[in-house]
Design a protein around this ligand. Structure first.
Ligand SMILES: *Cc1c(COP(=O)(O)O)cnc(C)c1O
Length: 420
């Protein structure tokens, strides 16, 4: 099946006479005829037994997303933050390190630089445009993963996935890619060598600003038996001595994440959230196409305005990342545009307050056009140095083009820029 079809049909196959749409299975528990059956599930979790880590409605969505990404399995989480966090905790323990590009989502910077540090896990930030030699120099013997964002939020740099996959693999470690802004419709990182993909499903996947969520997808391609990942190849005492690679093969990473992290930390979405996420996924493919179409036109409009100092949109021919965008995001570079207004922070705030149709929200990648000033909002906690490392200037506005009529979006911008 191709993307449009996967969006509508993957993940759920009704029984004869069963409901045509995956129902909301609103239950914490599942009943079994025999004690032995339950015991068997503890050996091989092939059916849902407790909704802290598995639920049939969520499972259907997990299967759909895994198929869209071309992976072997997926696990939904209650937020994108939980997905980023678990993707690392599944590989790193106290005393380990991992590499991340510095142009990543502000919340992820916090998680990596502050919270994981408290757990004894070091994040080594690197410039995504660094040469392979410079990147190699950042790797240490205890480095267990490489992390980056396909299309960075909000810097909109494009990750050279192949370069980072080569770096990771030549060091025997996996590449984790946050594919939130691109979605599998615009880029499938596994095709370029990524091993694990994560998403904040709160953005385009949900699409309608209805619920927070995340997902981790496993390509099934990484060889965990290379000696660097004993937690995968030695008996897990917390799971009656199971060896993940032996029992679960290609699904070792996701089963381990589910049976250790989700079981113990419990950040699983509710069935109802998964049901709503599925509605978003059903139209993801056609929505992504339109976001990209609208955004190119809006980016060109900004480009031609004398009130705007610079426009960042990798889909524009003269953008710094256009060559990488052509390679990794040939169908388009999403609906998100960054602009720097002439006049700095004050002008940015005046322009935003002038807008009527475009909503001021702490959100992005939504069906409705929305705007945000990162330096005073999402990235407020970062130091000036960190802000610049993330590619954020004081007058920068993140403009997320929605699915309204294009002329209405542009008229709003035109009047908004009128008296900044
Ligand atoms: C929003 C976002 C996150 C965090 O996701 P939440 O669902 O808000 O927890 C992570 N990565 C990227 C790229 C994001 O845009």
């Amino acid at each position: 099946m191709r993307d449009e079809t996967i969006c509508l049909h993957a993940g759920y196959e009704p029984d004869d006479g069963g409901p045509g749409v995956m129902p909301i299975v609103q239950s914490t528990t599942y009943r079994f005829e025999s004690t032995e059956h339950i015991g068997d599930l503890f050996n091989m979790p092939t059916e849902c037994m407790y909704s802290r880590f598995a639920n049939p409605t969520v499972d259907a969505v997990e299967k759909k997303i895994a198929e869209l990404e071309g992976g072997v399995a997926a696990m939904c989480t209650s937020s994108g933050q939980a997905a980023s966090c678990f993707s690392i905790l599944n590989l790193c323990s106290a005393g380990d390190s991992f590499i991340s590009t510095s142009t990543i989502y502000g919340g992820t910077v916090n998680l990596f630089a502050v919270t994981l540090k408290k757990l004894g896990i070091e994040c080594i930030f690197v410039d995504s445009d660094a040469s392979p030699e410079e990147l190699q120099a950042a790797i240490k013997p205890n480095t267990k993963a490489v992390f980056g964002e396909t299309l960075a939020n909000p810097a909109l740099s494009v990750l050279d996935i192949k370069k980072f996959a080569d770096l990771a693999h030549s060091n025997g470690i996996p590449l984790i890619v946050d594919n939130t802004f691109a979605t599998p419709i615009l880029c499938k990182p596994f095709d370029f060598g990524a091993d694990i993909v994560i998403h904040s499903t709160s953005k385009y996947m949900d699409g309608h600003a209805l619920q927070i969520g995340g997902v981790i997808v496993d390509s099934g391609n990484f060889d965990w038996t290379n000696g660097k990942f004993p937690e995968f190849t030695e008996p897990d005492e917390s799971y009656h001595g199971i060896v993940y690679t032996e029992t679960f093969g290609k699904m070792a990473y996701i089963v381990k994440a589910r049976m250790q992290l989700m079981r113990d930390l419990g950040a699983y979405p509710a069935a109802h959230s998964a049901f709503l996420l599925n509605l978003g996924l059903e139209t993801l493919s056609i929505r992504m196409e339109r976001y990209c179409q609208n955004a190119v036109r809006v980016a060109e409009y900004f480009k031609n305005s004398d009130k705007i100092e610079s426009v960042t949109y990798p889909g524009l021919e003269d953008d710094k990342y256009n060559a990488l965008a052509k390679k990794y995001l040939p169908k388009g570079t999403s609906g998100v545009i960054s602009i720097v207004i002439k006049g700095g922070k004050d002008a940015a705030i005046r322009f935003m307050d002038n807008l009527n149709l475009a909503k001021k929200e702490v959100h992005v990648a939504d069906i409705r056009t929305c705007v945000l000033h990162p330096a005073s909002a999402t990235h407020r906690q970062l130091t000036d140095e960190q802000l610049i490392a993330c590619g954020i200037e004081p007058g920068l506005i993140r403009f997320s083009v929605g699915l309204e009529n294009l002329d209405d979006i542009i008229s709003d911008i035109e009047q908004g820029l009128g008296n900044v």
